[in-house]
Each structure stands twice: as C-alpha cells, then as structure tokens.
Design a protein around this ligand. Structure first.
Ligand code: HSE
Length: 293
C-alpha cells in the first residue's frame, strides 16, 4: 500500500494561457493505492459527491488503464472540482506517481505527464498538461509542444475560491479564436516578464507579468464580482491578480507580509457581492510526494 499527496495547481497565470502552471503548497489531493485484480475507486473529501467512482469515467481510472496497473484506489479530495485549481489534475498526478511506484514501472515524472494528462482529457475534453505538469514536477512549469521547462520558485500567493462553479468546458467556450497582433505582442512581453519574475522569486515582476488582454477578460466576465475582488486585492498589497485556470478561483501574487490582508480583502469583496468564498494563503510549492505505509 502506498499514499501520494499531489498539490493543487494554478494554470495560465494570465499571460501564459495553456502554457504556464504552478504547484501550490496547499490544498492537495491524497491518493492511496493497493494492488488488485481490477480497479476500484472510492472518493471522499471536497466535492466528492460530484466525482464518478466508475473507473471508466474517473480521471484516475484512465491513469490506471494507461499504466496497466489495476488497484483499489482511494481518493481524498482536498481540491473541489470545477474550482480552477486543477482538481482532476491533482488526482491524476497522484495516481500516476502512486501506480508507477506500486507496479515498479520506472517512468520518470516527465514521462508521467502525458499519462496523467490523458486522465484530464476525460474531464475537460482536451489533454492539457498545464495542471498535471506542475502537480507532478512542482514549482513553475512552461508546457509547449516540444517539451516542459521547470523552475523551482518562491512566490507567495492567495487563491480565493468563491462558491460558484464554472466548468472547464464552458470556460473554454469563451476563448477567442483569434487575437489582434498588438494584444499578442503585449501578452508575450508580459509572459516573459512573469517567467523572469518566477526565476528570481520577485512578486513585482510576476504580478506585472500576469497582464493579458486576450483570454482573461472573457473568462473574468463569467465570475461575478471579479473586478471588485481584484481591486480589493491590489488595494491590500497584491502585485497582480488574475483568473486561476478556467476559474472561478482568483489568484493573487503578493509579498509574504501582505498575504493575510490580501486574503481577507478578497473574501470581503466577494461577500460584498453576495458570494461566500474561501481564501487559501499559500505559495509556490513542490510536486507530488510519496508516503510509504
Ligand atoms: N489551460 C486550461 C484552461 C486550464 O484555462 O482552459 C484548465 O484545464
């Protein structure tokens, strides 16, 4: 028997749509696996009532199938589904690491990325690796068609999850099919700034580099209170705020000293919009961790 904790993640970071991702120190999913003749799945924890336990319909079942590693799998969800915090990716990453170890498959973390991404495809309709890559590798990841670049990063964050649900499928439906060259040029500049900021652990550069006038405005329109919460976070000391993944979580970057004030300002601003929310005071963290019994 084997237990793996895999972190929630935040994809896109504004300027890096479908490319950038970070592992969060918390929250996380915990997956426990035991060898079996046939795969069974049980789910508990945050939002577990919305997650199918049928292996053919669960991200983790797809991972077990891909690794030819049948097991009794128990998933304890720390990350609610449809949160914008890579919920299905955390389960898929944890299962990939656990089953690889349990069956001694010998695959590297990088080699597990496409396998965990297959599980993602079951949920979102497309095999994005921008959540599974940071959940497996930790730190800040850049996923492109020809590979993954990873750097460890030390940046403080607040992830504020409102009590509303946006499905990744719906959020992908509002992504524009084309963009003006001026907006692309601006976004590339921001993305480069953000990447340098991550490498230096500089919250000012990371915050400035989140700017994106192409996808984020469309996604923000799906989140009640977005402008108000963003303004409140910036007022409280955040250096940048954007939609986390497909939303509805809003991600703020800040200095460690202003994290508490930013969290409280974001929850207060959602409350003023009539929406309950929960703020995770966190930072960029490490990838999936194995615990042996
Ligand atoms: N990059 C993806 C998106 C992340 O924003 O749609 C969510 O799967």
């Amino acid at each position: 028997m084997l237990t793996v904790r895999a972190p929630a993640t935040s994809a896109n970071l504004g300027s890096g749509f479908d490319v950038f991702g970070i592992a969060l120190e918390s929250p996380a999913d915990v997956v426990r696996v035991e060898r079996a003749d046939e795969t069974t799945i049980s789910v508990s924890g945050a939002g577990s009532q919305y997650i199918p336990e049928d292996p053919e319909k669960n991200t983790v079942g797809a991972v077990a199938e891909a690794l030819d590693a049948p097991a009794h799998i128990r998933i304890d969800k720390g990350v609610r589904p449809s949160s914008g915090l890579g919920s299905s990716a955390a389960s898929a990453a944890a299962a990939a690491v656990a089953l690889n170890e349990l069956y001694d498959r010998g695959l590297s973390r990088e080699e597990l990325v496409p396998i965990a991404a297959e599980g993602e495809a079951l949920v979102s309709g497309a095999a994005h690796a921008d959540n599974v890559a940071p959940s497996l590798l930790g730190g800040f990841t850049i996923v492109t068609g020809d590979g993954i670049t990873q750097v460890d990063a030390d940046v403080s964050l607040v992830a504020c999850l409102p009590e509303i649900t946006i499905s990744t499928r719906d959020a992908r439906g509002v992504v524009p099919e084309s963009a003006a060259m001026a907006d692309i040029v601006e976004t590339v500049g921001h993305a480069a700034t953000l990447a340098v900021g991550m490498a230096r652990g500089d919250p000012d550069l990371v915050g400035r580099g989140m700017g994106d006038g192409i996808v984020t405005p469309e996604r923000a329109a799906l989140i009640d209170g977005y402008d108000r919460v963003r303004a409140a976070a910036l007022e409280a000391g955040a250096t940048g705020v954007t939609v986390s993944g497909a939303g509805p979580t809003l991600l703020a970057v800040c200095r460690p000293s202003s994290r508490r004030a930013v969290a409280s300002a974001m929850v207060g601003a959602f409350e003023a919009t009539g929406i309950d929310s929960r703020a995770y005071q966190t930072r960029v963290g490490s990838g999936a961790t194995i615990y042996r019994d």
